[in-house]
Design a protein around this ligand. Structure first.
Ligand SMILES: NC(=O)C1=CN([C@@H]2O[C@H](COP(=O)(O)OP(=O)(O)OC[C@H]3O[C@@H](n4cnc5c(N)ncnc54)[C@H](OP(=O)(O)O)[C@@H]3O)[C@@H](O)[C@H]2O)C=CC1
Ligand SMILES: CCCCCCCCCCCCCCCC(=O)[C@@H](N)CO
Length: 362
């Protein structure tokens, strides 16, 4: 049977109906949509809240009237961060603030941390994980210990925190007048597309996205909303350390990303969460990268996200090759980068000359 080709008028009617059904609600939501993440009078836990993005999120939510508990390892940094967060309070008399020192790579510490917070201020309404950091470097050059540390810090800490939080939330009834609880994870745009030099970090961050996708559905059972944020470069203290370790090639590949301050990233994330988005990005680069990777995740504004994904599919034909081209160009000019040394010198002849391959292992 031949494939039935719809007529031009059928297609026009289909397109007009789709637009009529989808565009007005988007416009309505843009101006009159309710805030899907009200925080005034709620208790929010923020892991990694002692610096960078986590601290900015904590200050912003404090300004919006939330009580805040921050978690990180270093008690000195926690104490000074807590003072800053407290100084931002909307209702200084009624909001409360607390800091817990814990190493969240350990399951038992995640459970203890949440328990301490429950005893201090009750069951949290929102748990937002920001703890994490990258140790950039070529995969072959990182030690097994560094590989493991990246997975523990970036993925295990989120997995264990979410596990402990959901279990606690299910043991206690919702606070009066609070219809839902929220889990918010922090990943990175490199969960959508990653580059040379981040291949211990990005897989762990991509796992967070998958956890968010799966838990979003599972937690419908418990009236818990699950979201995941995907910032691009954040000019944070952690980023400054990263820069000292980052291979030259990684800096070249990252080139097109302008970077944002922690405050700007926090604002953008909260804005997306207030709109009720599941996958939240913070700038246009994030939008473009996310649009290539929707999979089964719920779109924010589906017609815009779908249109953008078509554009990016075409642009990527060229851009994806340019990114790989940068690697080819680099190795041609500098040779294979060697650990602890500058690049090994210009490569002669074709890619992967036998001499150089051997040198790598000496
Ligand atoms: N910086 C960037 O360019 C980007 C960062 N991200 C992600 O955003 C989040 C925030 O990044 P950024 O603002 O750079 O943060 P920073 O690296 O500046 O700070 C990290 C925070 O996490 C805490 N932390 C680290 N390890 C642990 C641990 N094992 N247990 C408990 N707390 C821990 C740190 O405190 P302490 O050391 O005292 O424990 C600190 O508060 C991270 O998840 C990061 O991966 C995403 C995209 C880009
Ligand atoms: C159409 C699609 C365009 C895609 C262009 C791709 C360009 C790649 C940019 C990579 C940016 C990396 C940000 C890293 C942030 C991060 O997570 C680290 N700083 C870790 O902390």
């Amino acid at each position: 049977m031949p494939f039935p080709v719809p007529s031009a008028s059928t297609l026009t009617i289909a397109a007009a109906t789709t637009a009529a059904v989808t565009i007005p609600p988007t416009i309505y939501n843009m101006f009159w949509g309710e805030n899907k993440l009200p925080v005034e009078g709620r208790l929010v836990v923020i892991t990694g809240g002692s610096q960078g993005m986590g601290l900015s999120v904590a200050k912003l939510l404090s300004k919006k009237g939330a009580s805040i508990a921050i978690v990180a390892r270093n008690p000195t940094k926690l104490a000074s961060a807590l003072a800053e967060i407290e100084a931002c309070a909307l209702h200084p008399g009624t909001q409360t603030f607390h800091a817990v020192s814990a190493d969240l790579t350990q399951a038992s510490e995640c459970a203890r941390m949440l328990d301490e917070i429950r005893v201090w201020g009750g069951v949290p309404d929102i748990v937002w994980t920001c703890a994490g950091f990258a140790v950039p470097g070529f995969f072959k050059d990182l030690s097994a210990q560094q590989l493991e540390e990246q997975v523990r810090t970036n993925y295990f800490s989120v997995m264990f925190t979410a596990h402990a939080a959901i279990n606690m939330m299910m043991r206690y009834p919702l606070r009066k007048g609070v219809p839902r609880r929220h889990l918010v994870f922090t990943s990175t745009v490199m969960a959508f597309y990653t580059i040379a030099g981040y291949n211990a970090y990005s897989p762990a961050k991509a796992a967070i996205r998958t956890l968010a996708d799966g838990l979003r559905q599972e937690c419908i059972l418990y009236d818990i909303d699950v979201h995941c944020c995907f910032p691009a470069t954040i000019y944070s203290p952690g980023f400054e350390v990263e820069q000292t370790l980052k291979p030259e090639l990684t800096k070249i590949l990252e080139g097109s990303d302008e970077g944002q301050t922690p405050d700007v990233v926090a604002e953008a994330c909260v804005k997306g969460l207030e709109k009720g988005q599941s996958l939240v990005v913070t700038n246009m680069l994030g939008e473009a990268m996310r649009s290539a990777c929707w999979g089964g995740s719920p779109r924010g504004c589906w017609w815009w996200d779908t249109l953008l994904s078509w554009v990016v599919a075409v642009v990527w034909l060229v851009l994806g090759r340019m990114m790989d081209g940068d690697v080819h160009k680099y190795v041609k000019k500098h040779g294979i980068p060697m650990r602890g040394k500058k690049a090994a010198g210009p490569r002669e002849g074709g890619i992967g000359g036998p001499g150089e391959r051997t040198q790598m292992f000496l």
